[in-house]
Design a protein around this ligand. Structure first.
Ligand SMILES: Nc1nc2c(c(=O)[nH]1)N[C@H]1C(S)=C(S)[C@@H](COP(=O)(O)OP(=O)(O)OC[C@H]3O[C@@H](n4cnc5c(N)ncnc54)[C@H](O)[C@@H]3O)O[C@H]1N2
Ligand code: MOO
Length: 400
């Protein structure tokens, strides 16, 4: 392991070595949620595209009311979707519906609540004084045709998809998902569906990481498990380095006699950009970035360490590769106690409740049970005590 660097230094080193994915693909609107846009979405026509009636009621010429007219016979009814009719005089009105086109010749909509209708005649309530132009959403008042409405790089969520659908962008071009190879290592590990021997445990990292990556659509995951064998590791890594956009290894990265991840990667890619961060958990994390090779994240094998390092470094890195912003982080008030050396940073599992983080520190990073019901990690400087934690806004990194 090298000299420990800080959490912020590790983040900066990772950020400076990531390239945005250059492949794109067109996806249907039903598949587009959560994907990162690689085109600008423009208005295909002015919005709204016509003078849009905003209230169910009657449309009149405002000057008629100004001149004292209160009774209007209903010349026509215009529903939403009808081609517009025309008001030709000051004595009649057109019955209109929300979403319809404002009838030609009208400049005022009076809601149905302000009129009474009897024998095809609408009477405006005494004392009600409508304004010229009221309840009319003017053509082009939201945007002109051709304007950019959603910028490239935006993560598509329901608001952006409202715009895409409205502008007829039915197959937005988005960043292709990176191919992520997830390699877990360890002779003690068996698949979740197997019955472990007394000296074995079931492996869980790939399941956990897949869940976060799939939920946020951060990549296509392929998964392998390897024994603690340097030759096997070398063969698998050589192949994965050729076919992947990013590699994640879990376990085998600390100081044990059978921890082969760092030496084998060093042989293939040279020295890591860092190996060891002043953080708890996750101290032995390492990162490689070599020219013409995908970046490699080697996460320490303890389950809490894997998830803490993934939340803090891996998921933001994947967002950055996809073209999104990796820098936005919520800073929130925090409660609880934690145990971390003062010169370290704690990456502490926490619950997010009513805009406040409640720390749920594990008894050790191999104890994954207390992560149940938590939402991510709080990044807490180890020098903080319980008392001054209360005046501190803590950065929150969700599980995904
Ligand atoms: N002498 C030292 N020993 C250790 C150090 C150190 O600095 N010096 N660091 C400790 C820390 S901190 C951590 S974290 C672990 C990380 O070690 P490795 O990355 O080599 O991880 P392993 O030893 O392979 O595994 C640790 C632990 O996690 C379990 N594990 C691993 N993979 C999985 C999986 N896919 N699913 C479930 N559980 C998994 C594994 O069985 C071990 O119990 O090293 C400390 N030691
Ligand atoms: O710091 Mo290690 O990642 O706790 O178990």
């Amino acid at each position: 392991m090298q000299q420990l660097i800080t959490v912020t230094e590790a983040e900066q080193i990772i950020q400076s070595h990531l390239l945005p994915i250059s492949r794109t693909e067109a996806v249907s609107l039903t598949e587009a949620g959560g994907r990162y846009l690689k085109q600008a979405i423009r208005a295909d026509r002015p919005l709204p595209p016509f003078d849009r009636v905003m209230m169910d009621g009657i449309a009149i010429r405002h000057s008629a009311h100004q001149l004292g007219k209160r009774h209007f016979s209903i010349a026509a009814t215009q529903a939403a979707g009808d081609t517009p009719v025309k008001l030709t005089d000051k004595v009649t009105c057109i019955e209109v519906m929300t979403g319809g086109v404002l009838p030609e010749g009208c400049d005022c909509v009076i809601p149905v609540e302000e009129i009474t209708v009897s024998q095809n005649e609408a009477t405006v309530r005494v004392g009600y004084s409508p304004l010229k132009g009221q309840h009319i959403h003017r053509r082009g008042s939201d945007t002109a045709e051709g304007a950019i409405l959603v910028e490239t790089g935006q993560c598509l969520q329901s608001p952006e998809l409202t715009i895409a659908a409205s502008c007829g962008v039915t197959e937005p071009t988005v960043a292709a998902l990176p191919n992520i190879t997830l390699i877990s290592t360890g002779d003690e590990l068996v698949a979740p569906e197997q019955i472990p021997g007394p000296h074995q445990i079931r492996r869980s990292h790939a399941t956990a990481l897949r869940c976060s990556i799939a939920a946020e659509k951060l990549g296509h995951v392929s998964e392998q498990h390897l024994a603690d064998d340097p030759a096997q590791l070398e063969t698998a890594l050589k192949a994965a380095l050729k076919t992947s956009d990013l590699l994640v290894l879990t376990g085998g990265v600390s100081r044990g006699k059978y921890d082969f991840v760092a030496p084998v990667l060093q042989q293939l890619l040279g020295k890591p950009k860092f190996h060891g961060i002043a953080q708890r958990p996750g101290k032995p994390m390492a990162f490689w970035a070599a020219p013409h090779h995908p970046p490699v994240f080697a996460l320490p094998g303890n389950p809490v360490s894997v998830m803490a390092c993934a939340a803090r470094y891996l998921f933001p890195a994947l967002r950055q590769i996809l073209g999104g912003s990796s820098s936005h982080v919520d800073s929130l008030p925090t409660h609880g106690t934690f145990n971390c050396p003062p010169q370290f940073t704690g990456l502490i599992p926490c619950r997010l409740l009513n805009g406040t983080l409640e720390l749920v520190p594990p008894s050790n990073s191999g104890n994954f049970l207390s992560m149940a019901g938590t939402h991510g990690i709080a990044e807490v400087p180890g020098k903080l005590t319980r008392t001054n934690l209360e005046n501190h806004l803590t950065r929150f990194y969700p599980w995904g």
